[in-house]
Design a protein around this ligand. Structure first.
Ligand code: ADE
Length: 257
């Protein structure tokens, strides 16, 4: 997949592309990331890309010409062109999955006080990353590129993708690392029992519980299976359910503590 970012601040993407998982994924050719400086396309003799709004008002507005010329020089016939804007539909994991299917994604970053309205007619979609206003579209563009690239084959392990938050509209279950006890807090014994089915069941229960607690809006949208309802009912009781007791009993030999 090819991702092209049109921006007035290309330096902002240097750290993004040269660290951690993005660095590795781009190095492996999982995706290409091209950062284009919109200023390189301005025809203004002073190199300006913005100007005061017609009709008066605060601030400077980005002109059409540099953006549209940068876009035309860098898009392909198959490009999906998005403009980062607080006016857009709110980005989520489903949109990330949709973008990850694309061959070519072009992201335009707005900046300053706004962008000439006519730029909208050159884009396929406006995308917002949330109901708050940032100083520019660069951070939103990084959020999009990161969330899309990590979904591509070869970026990270397939297991990491199946278990993560928002898959099946549930938040991810809690994770722990050794040591068993840290500052008085211990790891749930069930994770040491060696019974993978029981561990999966416990994790599903935690996912359901966390989603209900932290994201009731998501929880309301899930269709619960019979098993899910049973697991949720178990949370209301103080007693350890039978399946968990059995798994703990049989798994005692694996427990070091
Ligand atoms: N530009 C400024 N704020 C933004 C937001 N919340 N999402 C996308 N682009 C933006």
């Amino acid at each position: 997949m090819n991702i092209t970012i049109l921006t007035l601040f290309p330096e902002m993407f240097e750290g993004f592309a040269t660290n951690s998982i993005m660095k590795r994924a781009l190095g492996k050719g999982v995706a290409t990331l091209k950062v284009v400086n919109i200023r390189d396309y301005t025809k203004d003799k002073y190199g300006r890309t913005d100007t005061p709004p017609v009709g008066g008002g605060a601030g400077l507005i980005e002109k059409c010409q540099p953006i549209v010329d940068a876009l035309n020089a860098n898009k392909t016939p198959s490009s999906h062109v998005i403009l980062m804007s607080p006016r857009g539909g709110t980005y989520n994991q489903k949109t990330a999955q949709r973008f990850a299917q694309l061959e070519d994604l072009v992201i335009i970053c707005g900046h300053y006080e706004g962008i000439d309205e006519r730029v909208n007619s050159y884009v396929d979609e406006l995308v917002s990353i949330g109901d708050y206003v940032l100083t520019g579209g660069e951070i939103p563009a990084m959020a999009i590129a990161d969330s899309v690239i990590r979904l591509l084959d070869g970026a990270i392990s397939k297991d990491s993708l199946t278990d993560e938050s928002f898959n099946n509209d549930l938040l991810e279950y809690p994770q722990f690392t050794e040591p068993y006890e840290y500052d008085g807090q211990t790891i749930p014994d069930i994770l040491y029992c060696g019974n993978h089915q029981a561990i999966e069941k416990w994790r599903r229960k935690q996912s359901l519980s966390l989603t209900r607690k932290y994201r009731p809006d998501l929880f309301a949208k899930i269709s619960l299976s019979k098993q899910d309802k049973k697991l949720l009912a178990e949370l209301e009781s103080d007693e350890t359910p039978k399946w968990e007791k059995t798994a703990l009993e049989k798994g005692k030999k694996f427990m070091k503590h």
